[in-house]
Design a protein around this ligand. Structure first.
Ligand code: BGC
Length: 759
């Protein structure tokens, strides 16, 4: 069992005591976001200790020139980086001329952070002994409004605990920011002037190269001990730091409150000539409403979100806290209103992975958004890829493919590939399959039959064309093969016939064929449009059929197990339990070649395929594969444990499923992979949701019928969750004796443990 640092609580994440070695980790854990912008939980006041400063804005990136040791033809020119943006949260305080800095105080006591997930509010409090004769108490509340997404609010209360406290307050916007992961230490922003007044501070900035315009704005108010608003602040600007300052004296046991409203006005949504006006209106709106009303409006949106997406677990607060933390973070990251945005593996909580889009979105995130929100949200995720189709075709062309084949990028911000490790960029082509699978998954789950004729079919055709070009016929094997790939398990590169990739390619060719026939018949007008647009040749289908029926799948010669790749059995097959604990995770201890030669699997690969296509395989078959692959899997990708947990549930191995569930749901809270400082694993959080709803909850669609085969982990008394299946809200409650399924659609048929149940 992992060591627990944050107090277990069903609705809250609580940290007690100040530990400077945990500051970076907690900055990740207590991150805030509202789908539009996000920020790590950096302190408002100055902190001279180790910290990772981060404020991010959805869709705003910089193309950082590629840096590699040895250039390979076909590498992209740049890696898109989510940008650390000007920070508006800074409130520096001097008390009796001594700067408040938790790293330098004589003593910090009663330190506490609380993330209240129910209301989306982050609270931090502490007492600081600054000098022998000066002690203050601070309580800070902060949120990024879910109601008005350009607005963030800070309520910073200071109380004098010892003698008089003469405060100097500087509330500012800081434009002197940089990305920790910049390739060449380039500046990413150019500042284009500021507004500095009693009523508003604002810094106009533009990203270099991509030329995104952003205004960072803020306004500060001070309320005295009796809650009276005091006259306005002084203001000044120095080297891209725009400040409002004020002095205020507190007698012993008196307090004051600094209210700060701030955020970004984004050129993706507004004309830059209007930035100042919009910022003025926003602070006016905030000031008139006041903290309490803004907080209530924000809270209301969270209540609606929880009403749709909460999962309640009774009898196991650790598991409860885990799932809510995951659901909370997913909702902070993406709200699905803007199809130009997507879900970066770290969301708004860090810089790793560049904030860009990966296959994680289709393979892991889509089911969560599809089941807990209006179907428009999931459709927007699909539309994102439709809008990038031309770029995906160009990407394939750059690599030598022709005739409208599309290779979607492994990593992207705008449809262009920006990943630059050959074994991933060129070889992890399974991402194309996940995008096709998402289209299938969306239609069968939502029942929206319009997406495929309107957009999806073009994507499917282009992806199928890619597979048809990427295979070659092996005279030796008398079969089609896919050479030189990396499967989801990145601990093997440049392998031949990765089972997962080959299976997806086969499925994709067959599925696209089926959909073409369907659309021809049901939507002839759409088909005529598409046919023209893609220069369709009827002979393509015959070729696809030939490939699909003759594609090679590597198998174990004795027990018929699908092998991860042609050469897998040449490895010495020993279980991961034989690795010394001190050498885990192996990616932090072993050389890369040693990892590649080992049989150890980073993340679900063959099992990923069995999970996606579960209805094609029976219990015994899945069991055999699970027993072969699970002992070899080190789960060093955050995307792994959830899939294994779902299969373990399917096999009735509840204890195993439960342990894997804890690992995925508490991955960041308990820092399993020792890297939480870098940010949270947002995309794998959707995997956690899957391991609960599809794993324990047993929600799956088989032959177009909804099945709910729920099981209950031993330590749970009961749990319940909701899904929005084909526009019917279904509530599932599972306890020790029964499964209750509640909905109000008389025509909906659901199978429970093989039996048809109707309302
Ligand atoms: C995983 C990939 C994943 C990426 C971003 C990597 O560690 O192996 O499958 O797409 O992280 O989450």
């Amino acid at each position: 069992m992992q060591k627990v640092h944050y107090k277990i609580d069903p609705w809250k994440i609580i940290e007690k005591d100040f530990d400077s070695s945990k500051v970076k980790a907690s900055e990740s854990i207590f991150s805030l976001g509202n789908g539009f912008m996000g920020q790590r939980a950096n302190f408002e006041e100055h902190y001279s200790g180790t910290t990772f400063q981060g404020s991010y804005i959805g869709g705003i990136y910089y193309p950082d020139k590629t840096k590699v040791g040895w250039w390979k033809n076909g590498y992209p020119e740049y890696f898109a980086k989510v940008l650390n943006s000007p920070s508006w949260i800074g409130i520096h305080i001097n008390v009796n001329s001594f700067p408040l800095d938790l790293n330098k105080c004589l003593e910090v006591s009663n330190f506490k952070r609380i993330l209240d997930m129910k209301s989306g509010i982050y609270i931090r409090s502490f007492e600081a002994q600054l000098t022998q004769s000066s002690r203050i108490a601070v309580e800070v509340k902060r949120f990024l409004s879910m109601d008005k997404n350009e607005l963030g609010v800070i309520n910073y209360k200071i109380k004098s605990l010892q003698g008089k406290s003469k405060l100097t307050i500087e509330s500012f916007i800081d434009g002197n920011i940089k990305n920790e992961d910049s390739n060449w230490s380039d500046p990413f922003w150019k500042h284009r002037g500021s507004v500095c007044s009693q009523d508003l501070i604002l810094l106009n900035s533009q990203t270099l190269k991509t030329k995104f315009d952003i205004a960072t704005y803020a306004q500060t108010e001070l309320l005295n001990h009796s809650g009276q608003r005091l006259s306005k602040f002084n203001f000044s600007e120095k080297e891209f730091r725009v400040s409002q300052t004020k002095e205020h004296d507190l007698n012993e046991l008196e307090h004051c409150t600094i209210l700060k409203y701030g955020g970004y006005i984004n050129g993706l949504n507004h004309n830059r000539n209007k930035f100042e006006k919009i910022a003025e209106n926003t602070v006016k709106y905030a000031s008139e409403k006041g903290f309490k009303t803004l907080e209530d409006d924000h809270r209301k949106v969270w209540l609606e979100i929880w009403d749709q997406s909460d999962i309640e677990i009774v009898g196991d607060d650790k598991a409860q806290q885990g799932i809510r933390f995951n659901i909370f973070q997913l909702n902070q990251t993406y709200d699905g209103r803007d199809s130009r945005l997507n879900i970066g593996p770290k969301g708004f909580t860090g810089e790793k992975y560049g904030g860009s889009t990966y296959w994680d979105t289709e393979a892991y995130c889509l089911p969560f958004y599809m089941a807990t929100k209006s179907h428009k949200v999931a459709r927007n995720l699909l539309k994102y890829r439709y809008d990038h189709l031309e770029k995906a075709i160009e990407n394939a062309e750059k690599l030598g493919f022709k005739n409208g084949s599309a290779l979607y990028p492994m990593v992207t911000m705008n449809g262009e590939e920006c990943h630059n490790e050959w074994e991933i960029t060129f070889e992890e082509i399974h991402r194309n399959g996940a995008i096709a699978y998402a289209i299938f998954n969306y239609e069968r789950f939502t029942g929206d039959l319009t997406y495929i004729p309107e957009m999806g079919l073009e994507v499917l055709i282009a992806i199928s064309r890619f597979w048809a070009e990427r295979v070659n016929y092996s005279e030796n094997k008398k079969a089609y093969v896919i050479l030189g790939v990396t499967g989801p398990n990145e601990y093997e590169n440049n392998v031949n016939n990765n089972w997962y990739t080959n299976y997806l390619a086969q499925w994709c060719l067959q599925y696209t064929t089926k959909e073409i026939l369907k659309i021809k018949k049901m939507h002839p007008q759409h088909w005529n449009r598409i046919k023209e647009k893609v220069s369709w040749q009827e002979s393509e289908i015959d070729k696809w059929n030939q490939i699909a029926t003759q594609i090679h799948f590597p198998r174990h010669p004795e027990n018929n197990i699908f092998l991860q790749q042609d050469g897998f059995l040449d490895k010495t097959i020993i279980p991961a339990s034989s690795i010394d604990k001190s050498e885990r995770p192996i990616n932090q201890h072993w050389s890369w070649d040693r990892i590649l030669r080992s049989p150890f699997i980073k993340q679900a690969d063959v099992l990923q395929g069995l999970y996606l296509f579960e209805e094609n395989f029976d219990y015994e078959f899945i069991k055999k594969h699970f027993d072969f692959y699970e002992p070899l899997t080190v789960h060093e990708s955050s995307l792994s444990a959830c899939v294994h947990s779902i299969l373990a549930s399917r096999l009735g191995r509840i204890e195993k499923a439960y342990l894997l569930y804890l690992r995925t749901s508490r991955l960041d809270l308990d820092d399993y992979n020792k890297e939480v400082e870098e940010g949270l694993h947002i995309t794998s959080m959707a995997g956690t949701w899957m391991s609960l709803v599809q794993g324990f909850g047993g929600v799956r669609i088989i032959n177009d019928q909804l099945h709910i085969d729920s099981i209950l982990p031993k330590s749970w008394e009961k749990y319940n969750f909701k899904i929005n299946y084909r526009n019917t809200s279904i509530n599932v409650e599972v306890d020790k004796k029964k499964v209750n399924i509640i909905h109000s659609n008389p025509s909906l048929a659901i199978y429970c443990h093989g039996e048809l149940v109707k309302i």
